[in-house]
Design a protein around this ligand. Structure first.
Ligand SMILES: [Fe+2]
Ligand SMILES: [Fe+2]
Length: 190
């Protein structure tokens, strides 16, 4: 399926607000990919698709996961919304997307994952900095994203974790692993 066909399909499926968010992530991810010298088309495609299952109710996410043998851990069982990335990746596969890197980026956009590809990192960052996002630090993050991608990525990951801490919510171990991986990379100068 072409990008155009995918965006048309998403327009029918998603609320206008979420559709605009996906368009914003595609745009931002495409620009980041270009500045980092990686595949713009893949970044745009993953950006469009990352939240395709974001508006599904919890029961539907759980059912879809169960029907398709997706891994449902104890955290996702409690908070099925955590499955919207893996569910969107599977949906993308059903729509004919075969690129492993694109599918991984969609799958891991919510929690992050240690060792994730540059494309997945781009989607993770674009998700939080696309033009439709507005929160106190977003301007600073956009500035960093343009000049120091890795710093911006760490800031976004730190924000997500501190937000969860402030709300006294559970932090998924994958998010902590992702954070530790980012810090180790900085220490190693990667
Ligand atoms: Fe999402
Ligand atoms: Fe998103």
């Amino acid at each position: 399926m072409t990008e155009k066909e995918i965006s048309r399909r998403l327009r029918k499926m998603l609320s206008p607000k979420l559709y605009n968010h996906c368009a914003g992530v595609a745009e931002t991810a495409g620009r980041l990919a270009e500045s980092l010298g990686t595949d713009v088309e893949k970044a745009r495609l993953a950006g469009w698709l990352h939240d395709a299952a974001r508006e599904w109710p919890g029961e539907r996410l759980l059912q879809f996961a169960q029907d398709n043998n997706l891994n449902v851990d104890k955290y996702s069982r409690e908070e099925p919304i955590l499955l919207h990335g893996p569910a969107a990746a599977l949906l993308a596969r059903q729509w004919g997307v075969t690129d492993r890197e694109v599918l991984d980026a969609i799958e891991n956009h919510t929690l992050g994952r240690p060792g994730m590809s540059l494309l997945a990192q781009i989607i993770y960052l674009a998700d939080k900095t696309e033009p439709g996002r507005s929160y106190p630090q977003v301007e600073a993050l956009r500035d960093y994203a343009a000049v120091d991608f890795r710093k911006a990525l760490r800031m976004v990951a730190a924000n997500s974790i501190s937000y969860l801490l402030q709300k006294e919510n559970i932090i998924h171990p994958l998010s902590l692993d992702f954070w530790n991986w980012l810090v180790q990379n900085r220490q190693k100068g990667v």
